[in-house]
Design a protein around this ligand. Structure first.
Ligand SMILES: Cc1cc2nc3c(=O)[nH]c(=O)nc-3n(C[C@H](O)[C@H](O)[C@H](O)COP(=O)(O)O)c2cc1C
Length: 174
């Protein structure tokens, strides 16, 4: 199986849609999921009882905290990443190189690396476009090779899975 680094932040619908429309369908497509949540996303799923259902989509631990020094790394090193849903907050931090949680540390470490595929599917209000830094954040990520996709709250999030390479085909090294 091919590993997929699946990262999520705290967007509306996380509790009802993330497992049903992203994690479970991705696993059904043949991806082995290495799931990392922002602390707020983990808090939301813990409070709604959604963590067990999410954990059932993978044999790997669902992460939201960094390991302690000396502890083994709990996840493999995927070559394909899907950051969905991505909040405006986390998109901005990723573009700026901020790594103040495990999810952003993971993505920041691989952003721009040759041979790594990153799809960022963000869900933001239309008014976000008025923030003067927002277009620059998207440009920064696009220039680093990120495949950007805006989630439409009226449609299934599963559509973004079409932006990933096929899980059965290994991504070339380099
Ligand atoms: C009910 C609710 C829904 C939210 N939905 C979104 C959303 O769809 N997109 C977004 O950018 N922020 C949304 N937010 C705001 C983020 O949760 C907030 O900016 C948070 O600090 C993001 O943290 P994170 O990126 O570390 O997960 C929502 C907040 C709440 C309370």
């Amino acid at each position: 199986m091919t590993d997929l680094g699946l990262v999520a932040s705290s967007c509306g619908g996380l509790d009802t849609r993330f497992t049903a429309e992203l994690a479970a369908p991705a696993a059904a497509l043949g991806w082995r999921l290495a799931i990392t949540l922002t602390p707020t996303a983990a808090h939301w799923l813990a409070s709604t009882g959604g963590l067990d259902g999410l954990a059932a989509t993978t044999d790997l631990p669902v992460r939201s905290a960094s390991r302690l020094p000396g502890q083994p790394r709990p996840h493999p090193d995927p070559r394909v990443f899907l950051f969905a849903p991505a909040s405006a907050n986390s998109v901005a931090k990723l573009a700026l190189g901020v790594a103040d949680n495990q999810a952003l540390t993971l993505l920041g470490d691989v952003l721009g690396t040759p041979g790594i595929t990153i799809v960022v599917a963000y869900q933001v209000l239309d008014t976000r476009a008025h923030h003067p830094a927002w277009p620059r954040h998207l440009d920064t990520l696009a220039e680093a090779g990120v495949r950007l996709h805006r989630l439409d709250p009226r449609r299934s999030w599963s559509a973004v899975l079409d932006r990933l390479p096929p899980p059965s085909r290994p991504v070339p090294e380099g």
